[in-house]
Design a protein around this ligand. Structure first.
Ligand SMILES: Cc1cc2nc3c(=O)[nH]c(=O)nc-3n(C[C@H](O)[C@H](O)[C@H](O)COP(=O)(O)O)c2cc1C
Length: 205
């Protein structure tokens, strides 16, 4: 199909954008110096103001792309008010970008528990100690809270997940793959989900 569109073979003949994404991610895992799963996630607050920040992709299923965070954080509040987001991956080593648009919903508790319990003890304590995005008076205040929660939950095998800490699943309706071509004649392949089927279009760079 992509041959018909005259695209670079690196786009492959994938009718499903998840397959192409997984192939590109595998290549990024080999070539990026760190965090190939890092992405920028953009949200829009109730006043229409966009914001964005980096997070890590921690789940990928046929339902969509998952990252974990504090639900009371700035991004958590934005997503509660406006459950739409976009994601952007940029792999410098490959000169490739993937942009994703969609709506978000929380993952189920079991999925969140499984991921939370896979994290290091200190990270799980950090989730308790950090009121993410709130103003901190001194760093000392935070470090004291870390010590307090270590005392409260001394057993690394038994640190419950805070109710305000979970994962957002972005279900995409658009996924665009971009790759660098010399002289800025870049190639773009855009998949749109229409009526439960993925449609491909190529875009001017
Ligand atoms: C490479 C990288 C990965 C990050 N991963 C996460 C993440 O998975 N979850 C998260 O809550 N914050 C993550 N952060 C921190 C966020 O960028 C951000 O500072 C924090 O979540 C607060 O954002 P907010 O105030 O917009 O809610 C990451 C930062 C970087 C630079």
């Amino acid at each position: 199909m992509n041959e018909k569109l005259g695209l670079d073979p690196a786009f492959l003949n994938e009718e499903n954008p998840y397959n192409l994404f997984k192939i590109w991610m595998k290549e990024a895992e080999k070539s990026e110096i760190n965090d190939p799963n890092a992405l920028s996630v953009a949200t829009v607050d109730s006043a229409g103001q966009p914001d964005n920040r980096m997070v890590l992709l921690k789940g990928l299923t046929e339902k969509g792309f998952v990252f974990y965070t504090n639900l009371e954080s700035k991004k958590g509040k934005d997503l509660k008010a406006n459950p739409k987001a976009s994601m952007c991956f940029h792999w410098k080593s490959l000169q490739r970008q993937v942009r994703i648009q969609g709506s978000v919903a929380l993952v189920d508790n079991q999925t969140a528990d499984e991921y939370y319990n896979s994290r290091a003890y200190e990270s799980r304590i950090g989730a308790w100690a950090s009121t993410q995005s709130e103003v901190m008076q001194t760093r000392d205040e935070f470090e004291k809270k870390v010590e307090e929660f270590k005392k409260k939950y001394p057993d690394p095998n038994n640190v419950p997940r805070p109710s305000y800490w979970s994962g957002w699943l972005l279900s995409p309706y658009k996924i665009e793959f971009w790759m660098d071509v010399k002289n800025r004649l870049h190639q773009r392949l855009c998949y749109s989900n229409i009526g439960n089927a993925w449609h491909q279009e190529i875009l001017y760079p």
